[in-house]
Design a protein around this ligand. Structure first.
Ligand code: 5RP
Length: 300
């Protein structure tokens, strides 16, 4: 590969200005509202339409899968209490099979993005030694709308984690279940625009139908270069105005939604925060409008 050396060593900085991503030129679409998904089967389109609202084209996923690595993390001490409180304000439950089966009533009838990884915890030397812990049959039994599987690019576990993703995509494709590829960032991993540009494209080319990644500088180029929808991860807790600004910029730059956890469930008022994020994702609100709403709505 011609510029392989440059790629290998150059993933720590900004995205090269000389590249033309045709930012602003929409991806070719025919009759379906989800980017790059014109040619998938009816069942997969049905699941993707449960995730991505056909009117706005976007999604608000609530990420509460943290327990499979961290245990009872702050804000998620009781999934059975917090998740039902937020259910009406979000579009998709993103969690583990254990968390969802035990604490989320199936009568909510919301789409599920099922975290399928297993193998490491915060007690491990590093959290990247993972396998796929969930069989496709169990995902089908839970009627999930997508699988969520993370990859650790640039680490010793890169090969295994890309195999995990490929296995998930192969199994999901057999039954019309899309896979969300998550660009994981471990303790010692690079988090640069160039890294996310590479990682999002690699996961999409391996066949992931949705990409979850982090917002960064040059995000509009990352979105343009990625042939499938991108949703942003929330990441560490920010002051609410900053979290809303991040979500707003991501949507303005072409993201099709957010998969946010701690910035919602660790907010002073998680429900008001979920509603404020929703305004940005679905209603075209600015970050300022959403923050004013949050301040007005949050419990005094
Ligand atoms: C990492 C993940 C996490 O498990 C989780 O979903 C993160 O949510 P947040 O950072 O918003 O608390 O998918 O990419």
């Amino acid at each position: 590969m011609a510029d392989m050396d440059g790629l290998k060593t150059g993933n720590t900085g900004a995205i090269d200005d000389s590249k033309d991503f045709h930012v602003g030129v929409p991806a070719g679409k025919t009759n379906f509202h989800v980017k790059g998904m014109d040619n998938v089967d009816w069942g997969m389109k049905d699941r993707l339409s449960r995730i991505f609202n056909p009117k706005s084209g976007n999604t608000l996923m609530l990420a509460f899968d943290h327990g499979y690595i961290m245990g009872a993390t702050t804000g998620l001490e009781r999934l059975d209490i917090i998740i039902p409180q937020l259910a009406e304000d979000i579009d998709v439950f993103m969690g583990t099979r254990g968390g969802i089966r035990t604490c989320v009533p199936p009568t909510f009838n919301k789409p599920v993005a099922l975290r399928i990884n297993a193998g490491s915890t915060v007690l491990s030397a590093d959290v990247n030694k993972e396998v796929n812990g969930v069989d496709i049959e169990d995902a089908i039994r839970m009627n999930v709308s997508c699988l969520a599987c993370q990859s650790f690019l640039g680490t010793d576990e890169e090969r295994q984690s890309l195999k995990n993703l490929s296995d998930a995509i192969n199994a999901g494709n057999r039954y019309g279940i899309p896979t969300m590829g998550v660009t994981a960032v471990g303790k010692n991993m690079v988090r640069s625009p160039k890294f996310f540009l590479l990682a999002t494209r690699v996961l999409a080319e391996l066949g992931a139908h949705i990409i979850k990644t982090y917002y960064c500088e040059g995000f509009e180029k990352i979105v343009a270069a990625c042939p499938v929808p991108i949703v942003i991860a929330g990441g560490k807790v920010l002051p609410p105005d900053q979290a809303l600004t991040m979500a707003y910029h991501a949507i303005c730059d072409g993201a099709n939604g957010v998969d946010m956890g701690r910035n919602i469930f660790q907010a002073d008022d998680p429900k008001a925060m979920a509603k404020a994020v929703r305004m940005i994702v679905h209603e075209g609100a600015t970050d300022k409008e959403a923050y004013e709403f949050y301040l007005d709505t949050k419990k005094k």
